[in-house]
Design a protein around this ligand. Structure first.
Ligand code: C2E
Ligand code: MG
Ligand code: MG
Length: 827
């Protein structure tokens, strides 16, 4: 019906036919015809539905009445153009009577026979949905790029070939470039070369689809050349076909975090070094009082190894008793943590060692706080307040310092180097070690005597000191070797110029009454962090450089270079040769006599290992025994030594010389589960009277072992074998604990013996050690006796046996037999 109405008002088609009204009506577009007065003559069904109007109210009405002034105004320009005879289009808002829509319109003029515009065809398409999507897309793009550009974090879009497509303000600022400068660069140009391969590999994996994204910490370069530590988070955007479009990278500057981390690490290192070298025992716990650490002194005083103690409640490790009544005392750290305060216990309390013996202690407990003031753990600091403690402290000082020059000795060097390295890291500077050795110093001793030799050494130290401007650390490493630690160095050149100054000064050294000395000195230099990062390796490298300097000719210095790896090489060579030494029969035992301090008669012998090949000594024990220990070769070698020494002692016994023989046992051997069985077998097999065998152990082996060690010592003792502590005074000096270990004898270390006649402190302490050991019913032997004065002193101080070059150097068994025979004849 409507179709019929409409058909009447529409002009006929050019071929005279009527419009195919059913198609026009159902078309998706809004179609209408307006006559020359802008009155609706036709509107298709879509149009009528869109306007929501009754068709009767539509036809014949003017456009402006139907669509309202507002819509009319919006489209008026295009309409006017069409009425002026020009096809026109309009795109924009329109109101369908209810809500705002968005439409695209085409206005086509309809001309009469004379060419006058008699009406206008209007075709409108409602593009509201499409338009909304477009707007949303635009908006989200805007939002993305706004976020991208102004993000606080650095953001870049990177082409698959690595160059930058877009960079935001933050990344420009972080790296110090302007946007266009950065866009001319690629990833490689701003990445530290050492970090590039890892980055490249991860990018490759992204492109290959092996991963979705990655995170990486790497070093970028600031435009100024400075390193910017960055945290990168990278992902890849692909198009709908999966072709890579670009990488999206988020870049965060973590330099500050890195700096904090490094500072923290350094602090920790420093704290660690301090804790290890401090004279007091220190235990730390978590807030629940479970052990988190023990320093070496705490290990020795409690008998617990750090690793074993870890995580145990404090009461298992640190047990206190009242000195008078013997009752258990509540753990002070518990109170300290509970009340968040420091608790001191002054004396009157006894610490019970794991093996049951008590030591009077003084302790102080305190909670540990985090920066917000929360308790995050506790620390317990304590020390032995027995009388032997004072003596022990003096002994420690003596063992750590060289009495001739007053310099710290090699036992202190490691801690010194560690401290210097920590300082260098803190100041971001270099550090250096100068290893200085006087060539052929022995000649000075030989020519002018030991007393003058000592004076020369003291003068050398004075001259070196004179050349040092500040806080350099000088220590005496060995007889005529010194190590100088330079904790901050601008450049390696500074170390070189100091070496030159030292060489010049020492060459001119002169002592009043001596003829010209013309000392010749060699110096090896290693630089931190260039040559090594750890103290031990740095020292080894300086030593390697020293040998290179010596090899090069004398009186000069050399820097360490990587090509000087002779030392490591030498160790490998020793190890290789050592593997065959036993089979090739190159190892032998020499025996050094021990004499009775009163009569001078030979009353024992120490078996000392020697390595000879092709008629000469291949390596000295101090060179090859450490290698044997590191490589585990000490086990078969040590077993061989034990068997050999027992057979030798048995032979002497059968010849009528019941001479006790002592054998050095290394820690690795002693800790081996089968040690006792080996010992037992060897004794059975050789038929030796066990009383003629003595084992030389070190303080550390005895002190740091747990129950198992004490048990083993007892069994060895019960088997009738004697035990002695070698090198006494160089370890943790714990005379008070000695009562608790089944030890027969102490061997006072050479370091004390060397100085007894020249240094008053050493003399006093040595006398005290001997007196105390005798009180504990231990026998005292002095080793390394070289002069008659030393022998006299030690005898008067109460040593029962003496050993040293004065009474005989280590010699083959046959040579000792001759001496025994001669002594037998003279007796
Ligand atoms: P040690 O057990 O303290 O042995 C004493 C060292 O001092 C020996 O050095 C000896 O030759 C040396 N000596 C003796 N009298 C004097 C003296 O008057 N003046 C000086 N300056 N030195 C003297 P050696 O034979 O070179 O052995 C060095 C170290 O190697 C020994 O020290 C010992 O710890 C170890 N060692 C030697 N043989 C064995 C062995 O069979 N097994 C194990 N595990 N270690 C051994
Ligand atoms: Mg020994
Ligand atoms: Mg010794």
């Amino acid at each position: 019906m409507r179709t019929h109405e409409s058909a009447q008002v529409l002009p006929t088609l050019p071929d005279g036919s009527d419009w195919p009204m059913h198609i026009v009506d159902g078309a998706p577009a809004l179609l209408a015809y307006l006559d020359h007065e802008q009155r609706f003559r036709y509107a298709n069904q879509t149009h009528r539905a869109w306007l929501g109007l009754d068709p009767r109210r539509l036809l014949g009405r003017r456009l402006i009445e139907v669509v309202g002034q507002r819509n009319h105004r919006l489209a008026s320009a295009a309409l006017e153009q069409a009425y002026a005879g020009q096809p026109a289009s309009y795109e924009g808002e329109l109101y369908d009577g209810r809500k705002r829509r968005y439409a695209h319109g085409n206005f086509q003029p309809d001309f009469d026979a004379e060419g006058r515009v008699r009406g206008v065809f209007t075709a409108l398409v409602d593009i509201t949905e499409r338009r909304t999507l477009e707007l949303q897309l635009h908006e989200s793009e805007q939002r993305f790029f706004g976020a991208f550009q102004h993000a606080a974090i650095g953001m870049t879009l990177i082409h698959p070939d690595g160059h930058f497509l877009r960079v935001n303000a933050a990344v420009c600022q972080m790296l110090g470039y302007r946007e266009e400068e950065l866009l001319a660069l690629d990833i490689a140009a701003i990445t530290h070369p050492d970090d590039l391969p890892a980055d490249r590999e991860l990018l490759r994996q992204l492109l290959a689809g092996q991963r979705e994204s990655y995170q990486l910490e790497k070093r970028n370069f600031h435009q100024s050349g400075r390193v910017v530590h960055s945290q990168i988070s990278m992902s890849l955007v692909r198009d709908e076909h999966g072709t890579p479009l670009y990488f999206v990278a988020q870049v965060q500057d973590i330099s500050q975090r890195k700096a904090f981390e490094e500072a923290l690490h350094r602090e920790r290192e420093l704290a660690e070094v301090t804790l290890r070298s401090i004279g007091d025992a220190v235990i730390t716990t978590d807030p629940q009082l479970h052990i988190t650490s023990l320093n070496p002194i705490a290990e020795a005083m409690t008998g617990w190894h750090g690793a074993e103690a870890l995580g145990r409640p404090i009461e298992d490790i640190f047990q206190l008793f009242d000195a008078q009544r013997g009752q258990a005392v509540a753990n002070p750290l518990r109170a300290a943590i509970e009340h968040n305060t420091i608790v001191d216990l002054a004396g009157k309390t006894l610490l019970r060692h794991r093996h049951g013996f008590d030591t009077p202690v003084e302790d102080s407990s305190a909670p540990i706080h985090d920066h917000a003031g929360n308790v995050i753990g506790g620390v317990l600091v304590f020390h032995d307040v027995s009388e032997t403690r004072a003596l022990a402290l003096k002994m420690i000082h003596l063992t750590q310092h060289d009495t001739l020059t007053g310099l710290p000795n090699r036992s202190q060097l490691h801690a010194h180097i560690e401290q210097a390295l920590a300082a260098a890291v803190r100041r971001q500077q270099r550090a250096a070690l100068l290893y200085l050795d006087i060539d052929h110093f022995k000649h000075v001793n030989d020519l002018y005597g030991h007393a003058n030799g000592d004076r020369v050494l003291r003068e050398i130290v004075a001259q070196i000191r004179h050349c040092l401007p500040g806080d350099e650390l000088l220590s005496r490493y060995d007889g005529d070797a010194f190590v100088l630690v330079l904790p901050h160095l601008e450049s390696a050149g500074d170390a070189a110029s100091l070496a030159q100054t030292l060489l010049a000064r020492l060459a001119q050294l002169r002592l009043g009454n001596l003829p010209e000395l013309a000392l010749r000195v060699s110096i090896g230099i290693s630089v931190y962090p260039d040559d090594a990062l750890e103290a031990e390796l740095l020292l080894q490298n300086a030593e390697t450089a020293l040998y290179a300097a010596k090899a090069q000719g004398q009186h000069g210095y050399r820097f360490f270079t990587a090509s000087m790896h002779e030392r490591a090489h030498a160790r490998r060579q020793i190890e290789m040769a050592l593997r065959q030494a036993l089979a090739r029969d190159e190892l032998s035992l020499h025996y050094q006599p021990k004499v009775d301090a009163g009569s001078g008669a030979i009353v024992g012998a120490e078996a000392l290992l020697r390595w000879h090949a092709e008629g000469r000594e291949r390596y000295a024990p101090n060179q090859f025994i450490p290698v044997a220990e590191d490589s585990g070769l000490i086990l078969p070698i040590g077993a061989w030594v034990l068997r050999q020494a027992c057979h030798q002692a048995r032979t002497w016994q059968q010849q009528g010389h019941a001479l006790p023989v002592s054998v050095n046992v290394s820690p690795l051997q002693f800790q081996h589960a089968d040690f006792y069985r080996w010992l037992d077998e060897v004794l059975d097999e050789s038929g030796l009277d066990p009383g003629l065998l003595e084992l030389e152990l070190t303080e550390r082996m005895v002190m740091s072992g747990g129950d198992a060690t004490t048990g083993l010592l007892r069994r060895i003792r019960q088997r009738g074998v004697r035990l002695s502590l070698d090198d006494f005074g160089t370890g943790y000096c714990s005379l008070s604990y000695l009562t608790h270990f089944p030890i027969d004898a102490l061997k006072i270390d050479r370091a004390f013996v060397r100085d007894v006649t020249t240094d008053a402190d050493t003399a006093t302490i040595t006398r005290a050690i001997i007196a105390m050991a005798r009180n504990l019913q231990k026998q005292v032997i002095a080793e390394g006796v070289e002069t008659a004065e030393q022998g006299d002193f030690l005898r008067r101080a109460g040593c029962s046996q003496l050993q040293g070059f004065l009474y005989g150097e280590p010699m083959p068994a046959a040579a000792l037999e001759r001496r025994l025979g001669a002594a037998g004849r003279t007796r």
